[in-house]
Every structure is written in C-alpha cells, then in structure tokens.
Design a protein around this ligand. Structure first.
Ligand SMILES: Nc1nc2c(c(=O)[nH]1)N[C@H]1C(S)=C(S)[C@@H](COP(=O)(O)OP(=O)(O)OC[C@H]3O[C@@H](n4cnc5c(=O)[nH]c(N)nc54)[C@H](O)[C@@H]3O)O[C@H]1N2
Ligand SMILES: Nc1nc2c(c(=O)[nH]1)N[C@H]1C(S)=C(S)[C@@H](COP(=O)(O)OP(=O)(O)OC[C@H]3O[C@@H](n4cnc5c(=O)[nH]c(N)nc54)[C@H](O)[C@@H]3O)O[C@H]1N2
Ligand SMILES: [Mo]
Length: 827
C-alpha cells in the first residue's frame, strides 16, 4: 500500500478492482463505511462476479477476467479526452513533460514495443530512454554531496552520471510522455473496451465519470486491488495501469488516495520486505546476478541510481553485507560479497521449481509453511514432479496435500521413492516476533501459549539446523564451506534462537559498540554500521531496553490521532521512518500548499515545513553544527525515482513502458487491440507441462477465489470443525444461463475439465454470475473456490489448481490463476 488502512476513511471515491475486500479483508469494509459517512464517498466494485463487496457498492461494474488493462486504458483515454486530469500535479510531479528518444514506439500491428528480440523473447531497452538535456556527474569532492563515497572503508565504484531529461512543460512535443500516453490509449475507446471486457457501455461511463471526478485537486480517490489484478501473466502491468491512472488524477501521496494492495497471508508484506521473492534481497535491493553483478563493484555500479534517495543504496548494501558476514566482512574482501550465490540464467521461481524437480535438477525440497500441491498452478503436474524428489522436509502445522503428496488419489504410493520428513511447527500464537501488514505497520506479537507437543517455532527449527550444519562442516568439511562457516549468526541466547537478536540485526547498529542506530539515515557504506534490512531500521531502536520489545517503536500502542486523519503516529511503527502515507509531498502544490486544507499531511508555511505525517521528501538539510536548514518547496515529489518525479511511462518494466492489453494465455476471443494475442513476454508458456487449451474445446472462462470462512489451501480452516460447518464442501459457481444451456440444476454434480485436470463437484447455480457479450459473442464465466484438497481436514475435495495454467508474468513470475479456459458437463 502507498497508504494505510485507516486512511480509506479520507477518500471521496473508492474503487475495488480485483479485490473482494468485504470478503477477504473484512476490516477494510469498516473504513469504507467511514468514508461513506464522513465524505459521502462513492464505492465502486469492478469484478467479473457479483461479490459480497459488490453487494455493498454504489456501482457494480462486471468485466471478463483478464481484461483490466483494457478497462484502465479506456478510463485513461476518457480522462485525457475530456481534460479531467490534474494538470498542475501531472506537469510538476510526473514525467509527463519528459521527452523520450524519438526511436521509441509501439506498433499496433504486431503488439510490440521497439526493441523486441525474438531469439531472446525479451525486449532490448536501448530506445526506452529519455532525451538528455544535461549530464551531471556526482560531486565527490571533500565538500560535495557525495564526499562519503571517498571515505576509508567504502568500496570503490564509479558513481553514476545523472542524465537529466529534456522536458517540454507545455506537454505539446510529440515525443513527450504525455503525448505518447495520449496516443497509446487513443485506441481504447469505450466501444472497443466494452467489446473486450463485456462491461456494458453505460455502466462503464458511469464508473469513468465518477472516478475521473477525483481529478479535481481537492478530491481523493483510492484503489483497492489484490489477486484479481496480480494473478495474470501481465499482472504487474495491471498495477502499472493503476499507477498511471492515479497519477493523472493526482491521487498519489494525498490522504484518501493511493494504490492499495490489500495483501494476503498475515505477514506477506513482511516476507516480501525480507526478500522472499526470487530476484530480491532484503529491503527491495536486488539479489546479485551472474551477468550484471559478478563483483561488489559491479553491483554498486549497476544498482546505485544517479539521483534521489537511492543514491544511498551503497550504504544499505554494505551494511547488509556487514550483518550477514560480521567480522569476516572487510573492505579488502568486498565485505564478503563473493560468498553470495549469484542468480544465473535459469529461473528458480516458485513455478519453475516444479519443472526443475520434474527434470531432476532439484533432488531435495525444503517445504516450509506452504502447500504447493494445493496452491501452485497446475497441481496435477506439481505432485507428479514431486515424485522425482529423493527427499522432502515439510515444516507445517498439519499434514497437508503437499506433506503427503505421495498419497494423492492419482498416485501410487508404492512407486514413489521420496523420503519425507515432517517437522511440526508452532503457530503464530505460540511464538513472539513482528509481523507487517499491508499498510507497512510492523507490529509486535507475543507468545500467548507454549507450542503443543514437539512443535517448535520456525526460528528455533532454523537455528538448530544452522548449528547442526556448522557442526557437521567443522567435523567433515563440505562444498562451499566458506559460505556456511563465515556466516554471521549471533542470534542465540541460552542455546536457543532469539528473535530479539534478529530484531537488533534488522534495525541495525554501529559495529564498534553494538548501539542500535536511530534509523537508516545514519547507515554508512564504510563498514562501521550493520543492518540486515534497511527499510526496517528504526522499528527496534531503543537502546535503553534492548531486549524488551514492549519498549520498542514496533510495540508502541498510543491511540492518539492529533490530525484527525487516522494517521495514529504512535501506534506501531510504519516503515519507512514511521511514515504513513508514501509520497506525501504530492499532497501539496508547487508552493507547498495542500491541495485540500482539511487533509493536510505536510505544508510549507513560508519558512519551513509543518507536518502531520513524516515528510517523504528532502524537506531539510543537515548542517555541520547539528542544526538543519529547511528546503523550500520544489518539484521533487517522488525522490525514490532517479527522475525525482513519478513515471507515467516506465522503462523499467520487462514488458513495455506503457501497459497494453493482451488476452489471457487461454482466452475465448482474439485480441482486438493489437496483433499479439498474449503478451510477447509471457513466461513458461512453452513448458510442456502447461498444455494450453483452445476456445473450441474449452469455451468457458474460469476464475478462482477465496471466501471469508476459509483460508487459502484450507489446511488451517478445514481442520476447524466449526468453519467446516459453515462451508461444508467444495462447489463451483455457475450462472443460471449456463446451467440452462447444459441442463444442470442447482446441487447437481458436474465435471469441470481442461487439458490439465478434471474435478467433480456440486454446481451452485447463481445470479451472481452473468454471461458476457464479448466481441459480439456470448461468453460464460464460472467461479471455482480454491480452499479444498484431498488430504487434511474435516472436509476434503478436489483441488481447484488441477485446472490452472502454470504460465507466468515476466516481472513477478506470478501464475495466471485468475483467467483460464474449461468446459463443464453434468457428471
Ligand atoms: N478469509 C480469508 N481472507 C483472506 C484469504 C483467505 O483465503 N480467506 N486469503 C488472503 C490472501 S493470501 C490474499 S492474497 C488475499 C486475496 O484477496 P482477494 O484478491 O480479494 O481474493 P480473491 O477472492 O482471490 O480475488 C478477488 C476477486 O477478484 C475477482 N477477479 C477474478 N478475476 C479477475 C480479473 O481478471 N479482474 C478483476 N478486476 N477481478 C477479478 C474475483 O471474482 C474475486 O472476487 O486475501 C487474504 N485474505
Ligand atoms: N487457484 C488459485 N491458487 C492460488 C490462489 C488463488 O487465488 N487461486 N492464491 C494464491 C495466493 S495469493 C497465496 S498467498 C497462496 C497461498 O498458498 P499456501 O501458502 O500454500 O497456502 P496456505 O494454506 O496459506 O498454506 C500455508 C501453510 O502454512 C502452514 N502454517 C501456518 N502457520 C505456520 C507457521 O507459523 N509456521 C509454519 N512452518 N507453517 C505454518 C499452514 O498450516 C499451511 O499448511 O496460494 C496461491 N494459490
Ligand atoms: Mo496471497
């Protein structure tokens, strides 16, 4: 989230698109209600199905799964055509005025941006650059801003050159981002978008009108999204489309605005913060790759940006290395960088892991708190692939579909050689630690009860493994011994793994005396500070009570809300720096006057900045004598980007600087907007496990989703009898029209099938689904809940993911769970 939960109350319009928030994030509905009561806010729900959220909405607009970019493109076109964008905001704070290299283009006939390399199935981005007005080298002289790069202990690297873009503030130049944007989306007319999405034109215009009205400077619109947007092979571009939309309307950085990912698993925000995604290191730094980052110097040169806050990256990266390798890490050995494994050409994302098991590259599998035989795409393939493993260790609360994959109904246990070990894990009530929610608040939890039986906390399991492995290496040696033996692992008290010590590492400290640093602004690139995750720095910084979490910012529970905007600055700690609304400089005009006085986050009073939230921009400079000098208002509202402005056109994306509509991998129709049916950058489509189905054989669109009474793979909730009582069995939701066509009655058992799988479940015939009119043809869509499996719990059933395609998004690798083709018949 660029914002936080309580901020929804400040919105004038709320659009839930690809999020069933009332169902999956029920507490969010309370803040929606507040916005309605306080601001007479309008609540719009865009979803293929009439959901529990839709039932609460002022406007419900249906769209076929997988067509959100067409919808957003139509809205962007409508805003530009009708002059409804927030001009001052767009000119001052976005790259609208930046001139792009004249060779950059998008070709409708092929659906390709310039730079496509067919042999690599990827774009070369040499034309995706701005025209350069001026080149500014870093001032590394003793009095310069970058003098720190020359200090003893700082690794040597060539600083980047700041290439300042040419601009046309009138937005008239045909190569400026604004004109390119206008041209790109001029094809997205209401008629075309309606034919693609199936959303009736009048409904669409009703939504467009309501949402575009938030382009007025004093109005704020927020977007909720989740899996309906992300789980597509262009899921990341769906999110980009929302960024473009929100920037045009001046809705980023203001109270009641933002792009708000209502996130998933209780600590999924925390997990991504910690670098659990395949290409990431902790704190959203890049994990080193063989090609781009073979040495520390190359990493620093590739990743340090030329302007803005990320010029500080070397400080965060060296401090992380210093934590990971401790005393061993010195400037002479590049702080241990060479010990880090580097990512090569192979893709080891979640989806590809199963391909690697299938081809026997991966021989052993540590399964830790996940249930991929239920949750991964194309599970019939996933469990087959697992049969090739030599061993698997499962760490879970229950014996899930994955823990006992070898007992799946379609496998023969006697043929499977995999040795499976199960380690019982403690659940969240049984261990202390912090978790981070969608709003980036890092909140501390305490151990409520001791773990049952032999269960141990994940920390303790990991800690015992570490100790045992080190012991074995000491005794016998082994491959990559340095990587094990040089690791810094001081996270122990009285022989047990200690989360307090991990918290110190995450917060960061000065190496000489172990004193916790105040926050990441004091981290250095010279080896004198250590910090495992710079974005968390500040959450656990009280040196007077180092081992008492109750006295740390993360555990603070002050309810006060002095601004009345729901900022609650004393409640927990929001990373970064306890800031609640990201990019809050953009809540004011160029003179520093809030667009809306009633929603003041920061404001320039003529002499200095006054603030309700922690400023998210360079608002003051530090002087040598310890005092500060205020920085008067300027246009640098997005200082996490090199441009210091936000990107309507984003050359950092793998699959194009503007979001473009492509059809889902399996689609009932052809792409109306360009000559490429799927995104040219789709991943894994050529793997033979994928087994693409055609619309002739499988004419029905299917999607999958969750509901309140169950949780994800259901291993936790299907083991609770009272939840099974309210959701006793798996089913599939179909429309009355489809039921009539197929002769299916409510409650009949039906077979839903495609090339990957086949499941038999009762049909729920419902008015919540309606057929779509797509390119002049009637298209049915059906809905499959994803909470059942054949293994654990009081209620078992088939796995929805036996049907889903294991293709992926090139930026995030996420599979396409939300739009695929099936057929259905009475069983
Ligand atoms: N009770 C409960 N709460 C949960 C969970 C749970 O299992 N149970 N899961 C948690 C997790 S891990 C997550 S990630 C979140 C998920 O939260 P959500 O994303 O809200 O969950 P879903 O129900 O998967 O999908 C949301 C909606 O997307 C719609 N949809 C499908 N395809 C499309 C499309 O192409 N475009 C659009 N616009 N909409 C589409 C579906 O009809 C569905 O209503 O919820 C979290 N909260
Ligand atoms: N078709 C389809 N597939 C989907 C989705 C969809 O919408 N549609 N949603 C996707 C999404 S968003 C997600 S997040 C994934 C979820 O996929 P999974 O993570 O596989 O699903 P969960 O059921 O949450 O499984 C988590 C497991 O962790 C165990 N567990 C709980 N607490 C602890 C703990 O403290 N320690 C340990 N070691 N184990 C613990 C639980 O018992 C459970 O078995 O599914 C994805 N798959
Ligand atoms: Mo999730």
């Amino acid at each position: 989230m660029t914002s936080h939960w309580c901020d929804f109350q400040n919105a004038d319009v709320i659009m839930a698109i690809g999020s069933n928030n009332a169902e999956n994030h029920p507490v969010s509905a309370r803040w929606v209600q507040d916005a309605i009561e306080k601001n007479d806010a309008k609540y719009i729900v865009v979803d293929p199905r009439f959901t529990r959220s839709a039932a609460l909405a002022d406007i419900y607009a249906p769209l076929r799964s997988g067509t959100d970019i067409a919808f957003f493109g139509g809205l962007i076109n409508y805003i530009i055509e009708n002059d409804l964008y927030q001009k001052d905001y767009v000119v001052s704070y976005t790259n609208a005025s930046y001139l792009v290299n004249p060779d950059y283009a998008f070709e409708e006939a092929t659906g390709l941006f310039t730079g496509w390399d067919e042999s690599k199935k990827a774009y070369g981005t040499s034309t995706w650059v701005y025209q350069v007005a001026e080149e500014k080298p870093w001032d590394v002289s003793p009095t310069g801003a970058f003098a720190w790069t020359q200090a003893a202990g700082v690794p040597k690297f060539t600083p980047p050159i700041n290439k300042v873009a040419k601009k046309d503030a009138t937005l008239q130049d045909s190569h400026c981002v604004f004109q390119l944007l206008k041209k790109h989306y001029s094809r997205y007319t209401v008629e075309t978008v309606s034919e693609i999405t199936g959303m009736p034109q009048d409904k669409m215009l009703e939504v467009f009108k309501e949402y575009a009205a938030t382009g007025a400077p004093d109005k704020a619109g927020t977007i909720f999204y989740a899996l309906g947007q992300t789980q597509h092979h262009y899921g990341t571009q769906n999110i980009r489309a929302m960024a473009v939309l929100q920037l045009l309307l001046g809705n980023i950085g203001v109270a009641g605005g933002g792009i708000n990912a209502l996130r998933g698993e209780a600590n999924v925000q925390g997990s991504t913060d910690m670098g659990v995604l395949a290409p990431d290191a902790p704190g959203y730094l890049k994990w080193p790759t063989v090609h781009k980052h073979p040495t520390l110097q190359k990493w620093l040169e590739a990743e340090t940006v030329a302007d803005g806050y990320y010029t500080n990256k070397p400080k965060f990266w060296v401090s992380a290395l210093k934590e990971w390798y401790g005393d061993y890490a010195t400037v002479e050995n590049d702080y241990g960088y060479n010990l880090l494994p580097k990512l090569g050409d192979a893709n080891y994302s979640h989806t590809m892991a199963f391909e690697k098991m299938d081809d026997e590259t991966i021989k052993g599998y540590f399964l830790w708190g996940q249930n991929p035989c239920n949750s991964a795409a194309n599970t019939s393939f996933v469990r087959q692939a697992m049969t090739k493993l030599d061993w698997m260790v499962a760490v879970d609360l229950y014996e899930t579909e994955t823990c006992c994959f070898w007992k799946a109904p379609d496998l023969k246990p006697e043929d499977i050689k995999t040795e499976v070990y199960m380690l019982p894990a403690a659940c969240h009530y049984e261990k202390p630690g912090s978790i981070s929610h969608s709003g980036r608040w890092i909140q501390w939890r305490y151990e409520a009860v001791k773990p049952l039986g032999d269960a141990l906390s994940d920390m303790e399991i990991l800690h015992r493994m570490y100790k045992k492995i080190v012991e074995l290496y000491k005794a016998d040696g082994g491959t990559n011994a340095d990587q094990i033996m040089k690791l810094n692992w001081p996270y122990e008290t009285d022989g047990k793994g200690d989360v307090m010590k991990v918290s110190h590492a995450l917060n960061g400290y000065t190496v000489a005396d172990g004193k916790l640093v105040k926050n990441f602004t004091t981290l250095k690139a010279d080896g004198t500070t250590a910090c495992a995750n710079w974005v968390y720095s500040g959450f656990f910084n009280n040196n007077d009570a180092k081992d008492d979490p109750t006295k740390q910012p993360t555990a603070s529970r002050i309810k006060d809300d002095p601004s009345g905007l729901g900022l609650h600055p004393g409640w927990s700690y929001a990373w970064p720096l306890n800031r609640r609304v990201l990019y809050n400089r953009a809540s004011c005009d160029m003179q520093g006057k809030p667009w809306n006085d009633k929603r003041m986050l920061v404001s320039w009073n003529g002499e200095k900045w006054v603030n309700n939230d922690v400023p998210d921009f360079a608002f003051q400079t530090a002087n040598a004598d310890g005092t500060t000098t205020p920085v008067p208002p300027n246009n640098k509202a997005f200082f996490m980007n090199t441009e210091l402005n936000a990107r309507l056109w984003a050359p950092s994306m793998k699959d194009g600087p503007f979001p473009e509509h492509y059809e889902p991998f399996e689609s009932p129709t052809e792409n109306k907007l360009n000559g490429s049916q799927n995104s040219p950058c789709i991943l894994f489509a050529e793997n033979k496990s994928v087994k693409q189905g055609s619309a002739d054989e499988y004419p029905i669109v299917a999607t999958s989703y969750s509901f309140t009474e169950m949780w994800q793979s259901g291993s936790q909730t299907r083991n609770l009898p009272w939840l099974v009582e309210v959701r006793p069995q798996m089913f599939v939701e179909i429309s009355e029209e489809l039921a009539a066509e197929k002769g299916i009655k409510n409650g009949d058992t039906v077979r839903v099938y495609n090339n990957r799988g086949s499941i038999e479940v009762p049909a729920m015939v419902t008015v919540r689904w309606k057929p779509f009119e797509i390119n002049g043809k009637k298209v049915h869509e059906i809905g499959i809940p994803r909470h059942w499996g054949w293994a654990s719990g009081h209620s078992t059933g088939p796995v929805a993911n036996d049907l889903t395609p294991n293709v992926g998004d090139p930026n995030s690798f996420i599979p396409e769970y939300k739009a695929f083709l099936v057929n259905i018949e009475k069983a």
